[in-house]
Design a binder for this molecule. Structure first.
Ligand code: AMP
Length: 573
């Protein structure tokens, strides 16, 4: 009992700590940079920059250049290959994270260390403390759709896996989940199973077994929750049967998973009947989450950015449960916590934690181009958009993350950022410029026409096709059923008209951009794309459907083009 009390997180203390840090964000940033540079001043990289032991921000900005992942790649590869010298960090790097790589088409290697674990736990605890103030939970469990990626050893013997896998495998993760009263209801064998399908099946089964104890349904990115319940719609009878008989389906073949699940499964016809009746009472699966898990207080996961398109389905499954959008970070490190949990996901902002890294912001002009010099964390202006530059405790110095954010306000003196888009995810042919968000809005507008036919867009992506003269936008849709050609023609026209950016409209009118093309994909195409990323070493937990597929993303382009069943061209202009 004492152990539990000692372990439990004290939300007030966490809130006090963040309030103090954020009130003093400017000074904390200076100290954080100093600490990073003191720890790593003797590294080959910083010596080469000529920093010579200086730890102040002016010298740092003068001597150390802005870089992208490509610039650091040779250094990171030498670390991965086992070179022992201090290349990027004073302390040796023992683990490599693989970013999901959905943008570039292949996972990137980034250094990972204990400081990143520490900041992950800090951000989890911070947002939990604010969340718990508004939506308190008691003792219970979480149905977490979390998955590990394959882990492997690099040439130099460092362990490599996705950042989420590195975190889930760390003892601190479990401790923090217990402290937050939301331990995962599934055993480790399920989380770390090498088969995504078998993990998902068992996560759902564990959720049902512990249905009364589930307080939170969550995943890292919201896509995994939607995917899980779409799958549930297909396999629920098999799950109910397992509960009735107390025997795990023969589809689950991994011995470690079978053993772990055998400890939990007992024949329970009463529970099986309850679940069966609950499901029979549903209309089109609306509200399935609170029906199956009646004590759920909220649904939690990253719902912003490329996850926004899944909100509609999530709200449908959630049947009125609060949707709480999770924090903002990347394999390169965390950035900000959602400390205003009551905001709907569309309006969520992230308050930057000023002690987990040193942050700079490169201003973006109206036309999306960069302007002048980056500014510091406390110098950003409300309403302006910036690209984020990260310096962290794991060997990244003035690293362009590639994300665009907008400053919506301040929490004390630390900015609250809204995620806008990946800066390289733009549809652009001529003078047009459409972001991931513009694409999302166009798809949403057109999918209203589908909704009238009781159909929905399961997922979507896009491509710029320059093989035609003039080039044109291609939008790919996977839809839930078959729609009439007239409806699809209308959807295609509607999307073309929904890109309201003046550059696009002007170019369309002048025929400098050709008619927008809508390509319909076979059912299951996006699943194939996800499988492809998982094969490359990515994890489902970090999967994000690429919303725009560039020419470098060859395999995805191939998967898309070989699964097209129908094409429509806009006649809107
Ligand atoms: P990865 O390192 O592969 O997990 O991808 C990190 C990227 O995911 C970030 O650079 C963002 O583009 C995106 N991302 C992470 N957190 C959020 C969030 N809360 N909202 C929107 N996008 C996010």
């Amino acid at each position: 009992m004492l152990d539990i009390l000692e372990e439990r997180l004290v939300p007030e203390a966490v809130i006090d700590e963040f309030e103090a840090l954020s009130k003093d964000a400017g000074r904390v940033q200076i100290e954080t940079l100093k600490k990073i540079l003191e720890q790593n001043g003797e590294t080959e990289y910083l010596l080469r920059c000529g920093l010579n032991g200086r730890t102040d921000s002016d010298s740092y900005k003068t001597f150390v250049p802005l870089v992208t992942h490509k610039d650091l790649e040779p250094y990171i590869h030498r670390i991965a290959d086992g070179e022992k010298s201090s290349i990027l960090t004073g302390k040796p790097i023992t683990t490599i994270s693989l970013s999901s790589g959905t943008t570039q088409g292949k996972p990137k290697f980034v250094p990972f260390n204990d400081e990143l674990i520490e900041s992950t736990m800090q951000i989890y605890k911070t947002s939990f403390a604010y969340r718990n103030r508004e939506y308190p939970i008691g003792n219970g469990k979480a149905l977490q759709f979390i998955y590990s990626s394959k882990q492997f050893k690099t040439k130099g013997g460092l362990s490599a896996g996705t950042a989420t896998t590195n975190i889930y495998r760390n003892a601190e993760f479990k401790k923090t989940m217990r402290a937050m009263q939301t331990p995962c209801c599934s055993p480790d064998e399920v989380i770390f199973s090498p088969s995504f399908n078998q993990s998902l099946y068992c996560h759902l089964l564990c959720g049902l077994i512990f249905r009364d104890e589930i307080q939170v349904v969550s995943s890292t990115f919201a896509h995994s929750i939607v995917h899980a319940f779409r799958t549930f719609e297909q396999i629920w009878e098999e799950l109910v049967n397992d509960i009735r008989e107390g025997v795990l389906s023969s589809h689950i073949t991994l011995p470690s998973v079978r053993r772990a699940m055998a400890d939990l499964l007992r024949p329970d016809p009463e529970l099986a009947d309850t679940i069966y009746n609950k499901i029979s009472g549903l209309s089109n699966w609306y509200g399935i989450i609170p029906e199956l898990f009646p004590n759920t207080k909220y649904i939690y996961g990253i719902m912003t950015g490329s996850m926004e398109p899944y909100l509609k389905k999530l709200r449908h499954y959630g049947g009125g449960l609060p949707l709480l959008s999770a924090d903002y970070g990347s394999s390169e490190g965390w950035i900000g916590a959602n400390v205003n949990p009551k905001l709907p996901p569309e309006l969520v902002t992230f308050a930057v934690l000023p002690n987990i890294g040193y942050f700079e912001f490169l201003p973006l002009r109206e036309d999306g181009k960069h302007e002048a010099q980056p500014v510091g964390l406390t110098e950003v202006k409300v309403g302006e958009e910036y690209e984020i530059i990260v310096t962290n405790f794991a060997g990244l110095y003035r690293y362009r993350l590639g994300d665009v954010v907008k400053v919506k306000g301040f929490h004390n003196s630390t900015p609250e950022l809204q995620f806008i888009c990946r800066s390289n995810l733009l549809l652009n042919i001529n003078i047009d410029k459409n972001t991931e968000k513009d694409l999302q809005l166009a798809v949403e507008e057109a999918s209203k026409l589908l909704a009238e036919e009781k159909l929905e867009v399961v997922d979507f992506t896009s491509q710029v096709d320059l093989s035609t003269e003039p080039g044109h936008y291609v939008i790919f849709w996977e839809i839930s059923g078959k729609a009439k050609d007239e409806i699809m023609d209308e959807c295609c026209n509607c999307m073309d008209m929904s890109f309201v950016d003046a550059g696009y409209v002007g170019s369309r009118k002048a025929n400098a951009i050709g008619a927008l093309e809508l390509r319909i994909l076979k059912k299951g195409t996006f699943r194939k794309i996800m499988d492809h990323f998982v094969k490359l070493g990515g994890a489902v937990s970090q999967f994000k459907t690429p919303r725009c597929v560039g020419p470098a993303n060859n395999t995805v382009l191939q998967i898309l083009s070989s699964n097209v069943v129908k094409r429509y061209f806009s006649t809107a202009y």
